[in-house]
Every structure is written in structure tokens, then in C-alpha cells.
Design a binder for this molecule. Structure first.
Ligand code: RUQ
Ligand code: CUA
Ligand code: CA
Length: 642
């Protein structure tokens, strides 16, 4: 180990210095770098060495899941610009599944099968409308303030789409493109209905847009960004239709919802509404904007909205000028630290914590006081702030242990800081004796997201915190210029945080949630009747309608139902394949060389592909997924006559 380490030490060090510099350049002008340590961990090399030692002496056994044993938690994460979502086991860090969403995945056939294309969306010629995505935030559906295991939602920042994943099969079943927004970043489901309290589960999903654009974005106002704006969007959790939008002053970033269902909120780093970076950092404070959901929906019902361009979605005006009276206002802009990133609800439902990345503080907003502001009983929006502790440099995301403590990622300090919310509030009131910051731990390196086990629910259990680090540098074997990311699991059960494992993550997970395993109830075999186009012995075979050929095929290990499939050059061929195997884990693949066909069918599942047989020849349609001792023999002749 020691000699391995030395071999890689020199390049790792120079890379670290380079990163230190680029981080400094990136935030120059912000004036926050005084005291910024390169890695927050002292001498290069010693950081990883001591962490490894720490891992060995305290933590290794806690993260170790014996062969054949199962993890206690599922971790659902985004995959960044890979466009997918992912599932890991906690505490082992085992990768369990990648869920293609906005990307194309030939293993599954996502973006290749007709069914997945219909979900992703196609152009008039049948090709995919988009083939890229940028997922950031995964959140689960709620019931009674905790996860109900029905759905996950994940955003696409590139094309402003919201996707839903059904948790019984862990597959994306719907994607909705939001109209008139760009840079859709934060998303969060509601936890109960703001009006009808008997609806105590998720019925809406909120979406914050980061970038301002012209309304509509059709070439107008290109030289006048002062006319551009951002919309907050509400999507129906069941139908996935867009319900309404709200125009705001400034932009939005991440989103959180209150436990009582009354509010959704979003941190705003560009309250300046500036089109350039210097302008976005001009104001001393930015804001967290709160939306009164019931009031917005009352205005929509009363017809008090506009629409933009060809979109029919009602747009309510949430700008300050249109909302002079708090008692009727749909929005409340609470001033927080400069250029915040992240807003998170405490599990007791009382607070929202917003961190200013250009301010070393976290701002604690009391939800009940925001409600008072909306009732006209608070002098200023700022009066809803009950604490603003100094916690370290570059604070981003905050998670909670359910015992009154908060854990915030410090990007510049490369640390996780543990602080006590009640102590911060007491200190804000003037009590100088309290200790707010309880512990710090160095992470490796530059954490973005941090999240705790069940931490975004009323059942926050204070067991694990995962630090999603943006740089791994010397933590893993070097694999060329593109490094893996480091996910570090931290045991937060004691007074001191202990890093218990490092695992790699392919770039680039952002946010994630850690869900207790008993909540997740998957099916292991599909129900064949759920597929209206299923192929059975009754309809299997080839049918022709002009030059449209439909091949209805079945798979059962180790064979496809037709050994020979013959079509003519120029035919439009649809292959529908139903997997008749009922054995758990018995998946077949279907690939046709030179025709770019590649997908799988799981037990009792049906999928279809449509393509033009545009070149003649003999092509072996073969099974790609190892299924049987005769897997290699599982192939049929796909013959295209000239
Ligand atoms: S945002 S750290 Cu989507 Cu925090 Cu990535
Ligand atoms: Cu079927 Cu391999
Ligand atoms: Ca700002």
C-alpha cells in the first residue's frame, strides 16, 4: 500500500495544487477565500493516509456487509450529465442498478424500443427528440411525512424535463417537458395537500428554474435580458401534466416543501436578475422564496393568470410588484446569505435551512414565522430568520439526523460540519455560551451534496450521512484524466462523525436520498397482462400489411419462438418480443447485427422495436443476456431478401 501510494503521489499532489488554484480562480472576486485551505486537511498525502487509518481502526466493519447479506438502505442518486438515475446499497456502497431516464442505454434498450421512445418523446420522423439529459435531484413520493415507496422523481436540467420512476420496477414511466423554462434544477414533491389535510400523500411535484429566458423564447428580446424571467412550475404527481407556473423576481435553484403542505420554497442566488456573473454576486444578500400553494391555486381557479406563447399552462404573477400585500401575496422572499445553494427542511417540520455559498453561514428560517408573514403579522420577511450561524466556507447542502443536528457540506473547506439547530437559534437570540458547531470531518474532496439516512422525512434516523464529493484525486487508482467521484459514507450515530467507507461513483451524482429497505417493495417478475401488445402462442408469427411486417416473437430459454424470420428489403419491420420465462432473473436479450437493435426482455415482459430493413443479407438475431447453458445457441436467422 505504502509503495503504491508513493508511485502516485507526485502527480496527485500537482493535481491537487492545480485544483486549489482553479477553485480560487472560480470564486475570485467573491472575497471568501481568505483562510481557504487547499484540501482542508493539511499536508497533501497525510489526509488520505490518516483517513485510511481512520477507516481501518473505527469504521471498516460498520460498512462491511458480509457476502450474501443485504444492505439496510437503498440509496437513490442522480447521475448528472450521464442523464440516468442510480441505485446503491448502504452501507456497502454496492452498485445495484442504473436506471436509464434521459439517456440511451443499449443494455436495457432504453431509447431503442418503441415503448421507451414513446416515454422519452419523438419527433415527427420517429427519432428521439432529445438524447441527452442532466439529472441532479432524486426525490421519493411521500405519505404521512415519510416515503411511501411508490415513485421517484428526477429532473433534467438540460431540457427542463421532469421524469417519474415507478419503484415497483424501478423504471421511468413518464417524462414531462416544462414549458417556458430553462435550467430546471431543483425539484421536490409535496408531502400533503395544503387545503385538504386528509390528502396526506404526494399529489404535486414542484420544479425550480435556474436560468432566465425571454417569454416566449422565440427570438424576441435577445438584447434585453431585463425582460427575461424564471418560472416556478407545479406538475401533477399522478398525471404528470403541468398544473401551473409562477413568475418570480430573480431565479430559483433547489426546492424544498413544508411538512404541512402549505409551502414550497426555493433558494435564489440571482435575486439581482443579472445576466452576467459579476452581477449575480452584486447583492449582499439573496433570498429563499416561499410559495403559498393554496393561494396560487385559488388565483388559477379564479382565472387570475396569463399564459405564455403557445403554452396553455396558467402563469400566476409572483413578483413583488404584483404582490404588495402579504395577506394576499402568493410569494414571500426571505433574505438569506449571499448566493445560496440548497434549501432543506428539518425533519421536525419547523425549519428550512438555506446556505450561502459566498457567505460562511447557514440561514435558518422558521416555517411558522413565514406563515405569520403571509398572515400580515410579521414586520419584514427577514423576521422569519431565527438563526444564521457561521459554519465554514462554501456551505451547500444540509441534512439532518432527526435529533436536532444539521450536517452541512462545505465545498471550499472540504469538510462536513455538524451543528445544532437549537443552539444556533439560541446564539442568534444573544446567548454567547452555546456551542453551535459540534464537529467537523475532512472529506476527500470538495463535497457537493450531502444527505442522511431517511433525513428528508419525519423518520430521519441519524445513522448515515453520505458526502457526495466532486473530486477524488488521489483516493483511487488513477485511471487517466477523468477521475471517478468519491462517495464517502459517514457514521453519524455518535458525537463524532466517522468516515467508514469510500466508494467510487461514475460522474456525476448530485443529490440522492437514503431510504430504509422495508419501504421499497419491488416486483421480481412482470405481469404479462400489463402489456397490451404481449405475444402468446395465439398471435405469434409474421403478419404483413403492404410493406409493414410485424414479427410477433416469444423467448423461452434457450430459444426464440421462430428460428427463421424472412422479410424483404424496404420493409418496415416491427418485432414484438414477449419473454415467457417465469423464473426470477431470467432475462433475454435481442440484438440484430448491423441493424442497431439491442434490448432486453425480463421475465414476462414485452417490448417492441420498429426499423426499416434497408439492406439485404443474413443476420443472426442473438440473445445478449446470459440466460442458459445454451445461451450462445439462442439465435435465429433474420433474413432480408434483396
Ligand atoms: S445541485 S452539488 Cu443539482 Cu447541489 Cu449539484
Ligand atoms: Cu437468452 Cu441468453
Ligand atoms: Ca446573488
Amino acid at each position: 500500500m505504502g509503495s503504491d501510494h508513493e508511485v502516485n503521489d507526485a502527480p496527485a499532489n500537482s493535481r491537487r495544487r492545480f485544483l486549489g488554484k482553479s477553485a480560487a480562480l472560480g470564486l475570485a472576486g467573491a472575497g471568501v477565500l481568505a483562510g481557504c485551505k487547499e484540501n482542508g486537511a493539511g499536508a497533501p498525502g497525510s489526509a488520505s493516509a490518516s483517513a485510511a487509518a481512520a477507516g481501518k481502526s473505527h469504521g471498516a466493519s460498520k460498512a462491511h456487509v458480509e457476502p450474501g447479506q443485504l444492505d439496510d438502505y437503498y440509496l437513490f442518486s442522480s447521475g448528472g450529465h450521464s442523464g440516468e438515475a442510480r441505485i446503491m446499497g448502504v452501507p456497502s456502497g454496492r452498485t445495484l442498478r442504473r436506471i436509464p431516464v434521459f439517456n440511451i442505454d443499449p443494455m436495457v434498450g432504453w431509447g431503442i424500443t418503441n415503448e421507451s421512445k414513446a416515454i422519452i418523446g419523438t419527433k415527427a420522423d420517429g427519432s428521439l427528440k432529445y438524447t441527452t439529459g442532466d439529472t441532479h435531484h432524486v426525490h421519493g413520493s411521500y405519505k404521512n411525512g415519510t416515503y411511501d415507496g411508490r415513485f421517484l422523481w428526477v429532473n433534467d436540467k438540460i431540457h427542463s424535463r421532469l421524469a417519474r420512476i415507478r419503484m415497483d420496477t424501478m423504471e421511468c414511466d413518464k417524462i414531462t417537458e416544462l414549458p417556458n423554462v430553462m435550467g430546471f434544477h431543483g425539484t421536490f414533491p409535496d408531502k400533503c395537500d395544503p387545503v385538504d389535510k386528509s390528502i396526506n400523500h404526494t399529489t404535486r411535484v414542484f420544479c425550480g428554474a435556474e436560468f432566465a429566458i425571454p417569454f416566449p423564447n422565440d427570438g424576441r428580446d435577445l438584447d434585453d435580458p431585463s425582460k427575461w424571467g424564471s418560472l416556478f412550475t407545479c406538475v401533477d404527481a399522478e398525471t404528470m401534466d403541468v398544473r401551473w407556473q409562477v413568475r418570480v423576481d430573480g431565479n430559483m435553484d433547489l426546492v424544498a416543501t413544508s411538512y404541512d403542505g402549505r409551502f414550497a420554497c426555493s433558494n435564489q442566488y440571482n435575486t439581482e436578475n443579472a445576466p452576467d456573473q459579476a452581477g449575480m454576486m452584486a447583492a449582499e444578500r439573496d433570498a429563499c422564496v416561499f410559495f403559498d400553494v393554496a393561494r396560487i391555486e385559488a388565483l388559477v381557479k379564479a382565472g387570475k393568470f396569463t399564459t405564455i406563447g403557445s403554452s396553455k399552462v396558467p402563469v400566476v404573477d409572483g413578483r413583488k410588484a404584483a404582490n404588495p400585500d402579504p395577506k394576499t401575496s402568493v410569494t414571500c422572499y426571505v433574505p438569506v446569505g449571499k448566493n445560496p445553494h440548497g434549501v432543506n427542511a428539518s425533519p421536525d417540520g419547523k425549519y428550512m435551512v438555506c446556505s450561502g455559498k459566498l457567505s460562511p453561514t447557514a440561514t435558518v428560517i422558521e416555517v411558522a414565522l413565514v406563515a405569520k408573514w403571509f398572515d400580515g403579522e410579521l414586520k419584514t420577511e427577514r423576521d422569519a430568520v431565527v438563526a444564521e450561524p457561521e459554519i465554514g466556507l462554501g456551505p451547500l447542502h444540509t441534512a439532518f439526523d432527526g435529533k436536532g443536528n444539521a450536517f452541512t457540506t462545505l465545498f471550499l473547506d472540504s469538510q462536513i460540519v455538524k451543528w445544532n439547530v437549537a443552539a444556533a437559534i439560541a446564539q442568534f437570540k444573544g446567548d454567547k455560551s452555546v456551542k453551535v458547531v459540534l464537529d467537523r470531518v475532512d472529506v476527500h474532496y470538495q463535497p457537493g451534496h450531502g444527505y442522511a439516512s431517511m433525513g428528508e422525512t419525519r423518520e430521519a434516523d441519524g445513522k448515515y450521512f453520505n458526502s457526495g464529493n466532486k473530486f477524488s484525486k488521489d483516493r483511487f487508482l488513477p485511471v487517466g484524466p477523468l477521475h471517478s467521484e468519491t462517495e464517502q459514507l459517514i457514521d453519524i450515530t455518535g458525537d463524532k462523525m466517522v468516515i467508514i467507507s469510500d466508494h467510487t461513483a461514475y460522474p456525476e451524482p448530485h443529490d440522492a436520498i437514503i431510504m430504509r429497505r422495508d419501504i421499497v417493495k419491488t416486483r421480481q417478475i412482470y405481469n404479462m397482462d400489463d402489456f397490451p401488445n404481449k405475444v402468446t402462442a395465439d398471435n405469434a408469427g409474421i403478419t404483413r400489411n403492404g410493406n409493414k411486417v410485424h414479427v410477433r416473437l416469444m423467448s423461452q430459454a434457450p430459444a426464440f419462438s421462430m428460428p427463421v424470420i424472412k422479410v424483404k428489403k424496404g420493409d418496415e419491420v416491427t418485432i414484438t418480443l414477449t419473454n415467457h420465462d417465469k423464473v426470477e432473473d431470467l432475462t433475454h436479450g435481442c440484438a440484430i447485427p448491423t441493424y442497431n437493435i439491442n434490448f432486453i426482455v425480463n421475465p414476462q415482459e414485452t417490448k417492441s422495436v420498429t426499423f426499416k430493413a434497408d439492406h439485404a443479407g443474413a443476420f443472426w438475431m442473438y440473445c445478449t443476456h446470459f440466460c442458459h447453458a445454451l445461451h450462445l445457441e439462442m439465435r435465429s436467422r433474420f433474413l432480408v431478401e434483396a
